[in-house]
Design a protein around this ligand. Structure first.
Ligand code: SF4
Ligand code: SF4
Length: 447
């Protein structure tokens, strides 16, 4: 086994060191949240095309039943998180302040919520296409927050091959401890999931990258690892954004993914630990993606927790289960504080990509106003992609979006390191996000 910390060998340049605040939940075992009255499953809760409903209003559904099929190849299935009845297929609130077409399900209060028994899938005898189709059918996406359909990563173009599976256990976002708990509590499932993926991709080896602030996760994984397994556990420096795909590849393999290329062009597939466990669950027990682990934390929540939550559970119910919000709570974020999305309504549901729900207070997060740029260069030192965030922010403020292409704006992964480092509190990443969404609009190039 490779025991040399990756950062002693390679590491990655730039990045920031925000305070972790992980001690609030790192040692709290995961609890299963009880079922609630109503669930909302947006059809677009993954990247790519929205799913297409397979059910109608009024129809009875069983827990784990497929309720929507992929709308395209880059799309995936949805399954009912609960046994109940479809009450609507209509627009419902979605994180980010918009509405999205969703399947709303009312829970049957008399149902046992037991999953129907399903035979395991014979994963050793699948074709490549069969494996891809199984993962798409199970509705599995990147569980680290991106929600990119996993089967797309496993669909390898002719002439390419995957040699390395890189399992992302960095969890570098402050506050979040859901991946940490998964590695501590289910190391066996994680290793079995790796075995399934390695076999079906024909990859030679797997590496699990874990930041050094999770020593119990490293111990748990090492205790389950058999010498015959081609799997290394590599401790990583605690640094943000260590968990970004390209940073992780640099830290572990000392390889850079060129702009416009994908990890698979270097023969690498990257999966979050939650994704790998979801793969193990599907192939071994036939349970599709109907729930996930998330962290509820931040100074504004009464009882910080790590929870297993059915997808579609309204945020309001999750917070109620955690004792509610403190009076001082003024802001809610879905995901981590660096890359997460503010939540405008407590009605928004937990999605496949929801790694956390964080509540912030006035006291802990007082926000002084923005000051002019003092040309200090700290944002340049922080950017792991060697962009010029200060220049990008100036152009975005002037709405010179097309000109931002000359400064590689589309290479920005929106990690927020520049905003964190800026002493003038300029909302750089928010400005870049707006510019990118403008540039993605149809006809942007002509304008
Ligand atoms: S410019 Fe983009 S990639 Fe660079 S630090 Fe800022 S958010 Fe991260
Ligand atoms: S960190 Fe802020 S103040 Fe400093 S150069 Fe960048 S944008 Fe300007």
């Amino acid at each position: 086994m490779n025991v040399l910390p990756a950062f002693l060998r390679h590491g990655f340049a730039h990045g920031v060191h925000p305070e972790g605040f992980k001690e609030r939940t790192a040692d709290l075992p995961t609890q299963r949240m009880p079922f609630v009255e109503r669930y909302v499953m947006p059809l677009n809760q993954h990247l790519g095309a929205p799913a297409t409903p397979l059910v109608e209003t009024g129809e009875r559904v069983r827990r784990g039943q497929r309720i929507a099929e992929p709308g395209a190849f880059v799309s995936t299935s949805l399954h009912s998180p609960v046994t109940g009845r479809v009450t609507a297929i209509a627009n419902r609130r979605f994180p980010g302040g918009v509405f999205a077409r969703s399947i709303e399900i009312e829970t049957d209060p008399y149902a046992t919520q037991r999953l129907d028994p399903r035979p395991p899938v014979d994963w050793r005898n699948l074709t490549s296409e069969g494996f891809v189709s199984q993962v798409q059918h199970a509705g599995i996406v990147g569980m680290g927050g991106a929600a990119f359909p996993s089967h797309v990563k496993y669909s390898i173009p002719e002439g390419q091959r995957i040699d390395h599976l890189l399992v992302n256990g960095a969890e570098c976002e402050p506050y979040l401890t859901n991946d940490h708990r998964l590695m501590v509590e289910r190391p066996d499932a994680l290793l079995r999931g790796i075995e399934i993926i390695l076999h079906n991709l024909g990859a030679r080896e797997a590496t699990i990258g874990v930041e050094l602030n999770k020593p119990d996760a490293i111990t748990a994984l090492e205790s389950q690892l058999r010498p015959s397994q081609p799997i290394s556990i590599v401790p990583l420096e605690v640094k943000y954004p260590q968990g970004a795909e390209k940073m992780l590849i640099k830290a572990i393999y000392d390889k850079e993914v060129p702009a416009g290329e994908l990890p698979r062009d270097l023969g690498i597939a990257v999966n979050n630990v939650g994704t790998v466990v979801a793969i193990a669950d599907w192939f071994e027990t036939g349970v599709p993606l109907i729930e996930r682990i998330l962290t509820v934390s931040g100074p504004g929540v009464v009882n910080p927790s790590n929870l297993i939550v059915p997808l579609g559970t309204p945020v309001r119910e999750v917070l109620n289960y955690c004792g509610g919000l403190k009076d001082e709570a003024i802001e809610l974020v879905m995901g981590g504080p660096m890359m997460g999305m503010p939540i405008a309504s407590l009605d928004v549901p937990v999605l496949k990509g929801t790694s956390g729900i964080l509540a912030f207070t006035k006291i802990g997060d007082s926000r002084p106003r923005e000051y002019p740029c003092i040309r200090c260069g700290r944002c340049l030192e922080a950017c792991p992609y060697f962009l010029n965030p200060s220049r990008l922010a100036r152009l975005a403020k002037a709405r010179l979006y097309e000109e931002m292409n000359n400064y590689f704006v589309m290479d920005c992964v929106e990690c927020g390191s520049c905003t964190y480092a800026c002493p003038s509190r300029i909302p750089i990443v928010q400005l870049i996000r707006t510019a990118k969404s403008q540039l993605r609009q149809p006809g942007a190039a002509d304008r």
